[in-house]
Design a protein around this ligand. Structure first.
Ligand SMILES: O=C(O)CCC(=O)C(=O)O
Length: 268
């Protein structure tokens, strides 16, 4: 057994041990989700999404899945979706999909919890409920520090006390933080309440991650007002259902919530 406490997990079902580790840490890491060829395809798509944008600091662009099939395929990836179901049950939607770049030689350190600046999720309840479950695909190698890695404070989704504002721009903000050393193709799955920040990218190449955020169906989408109608027409029934574009606005609140066709989902 290694002495480092890294919450590594395997693709597929959310096991009892995964549940326990996720409760304790607020995150797990699923290794070897994408192989090199798949990573290359998604990375090329991510570069197209960011083409023509300034390369100065962390930049996130939403809804790339609408026009990039390699990104679309990750929405219901069989290595990850069963874990989302394991945490939420069967009623959830893709609230956002952000393609992020941390350009070569740049830094955007800023420790935060995920949520809405308009209404802090911590005001909902203690401990802060799981309302944004983020699956982050590492499209470039982040197996050494200063590669634009995610840094996280394990267990901080249970903390009533905020990370002190004075350290939120510091790389080494807290004695119990972890720097995630993640291989290309692995996926970090984490709770919105976990304090986290990107580490500087001191490499000579841009760091790309693809984030998928799953939420209860009533949470407003944050990367789109509505999903592109052509995409909805052409995608699979499962992905269409996960978009949460209901004909009636009250559907996610009332009993009419249509079942998500998990069992018929084809992964193509
Ligand atoms: O892509 C990243 O490095 C971090 C993004 C992030 O922390 C966020 O969007 O909340």
């Amino acid at each position: 057994m290694e002495l480092t406490a890294l919450p590594f997990s395997k693709a597929g079902e959310m096991t009892e041990m995964d549940q326990f580790i996720f409760e304790c840490f607020g995150f797990i890491v699923i290794e070897d989700v994408l192989n090199e060829t798949e990573c290359d395809e998604v990375l090329e798509a991510a570069k197209r999404v960011h083409a023509g944008q300034p390369k100065e600091k962390l930049l996130q662009i939403g809804k790339g899945f609408e026009h990039e099939p390699a990104i679309e395929r990750l929405i219901d990836h069989p290595a990850v979706l069963p874990k989302v179901r394991g945490l939420y049950g069967d009623n959830f939607v893709l609230q956002a999909a952000w393609c992020t770049v941390q350009p070569a030689g740049s830094q955007s350190v800023g420790w935060h919890q995920d949520g809405s600046s308009a209404y802090d999720f911590k005001k909902l309840a203690y401990p802060v409920p799981l309302v944004q479950l983020r699956a982050s695909y590492h499209l470039t190698d982040q197996s050494q520090p200063f590669m634009g890695n995610m840094m996280l404070v394990p267990g901080s989704h249970r903390s009533k006390i905020d990370l002190p504002p004075s350290v939120r721009k510091e790389v080494y903000a807290c004695a119990v933080q972890q720097i995630l050393l993640a291989r290309r193709g692995s996926v970090l799955l984490f709770h919105n309440g976990v304090w986290h920040s990107p580490m500087p990218n001191n490499m000579t190449w841009d760091r790309y991650n693809m984030h998928f955020i799953y939420s209860p169906p009533w949470l407003r989408r944050s990367d789109r007002d509505s999903t592109d109608s052509e995409f909805l027409e052409n995608t699979t029934p499962l992905r269409r259902a996960l978009m949460g574009d209901y004909a009636r606005p009250d559907v996610p609140f009332a009993g009419g919530f249509p079942k998500i066709p998990f069992e018929n989902g084809e992964h193509s």
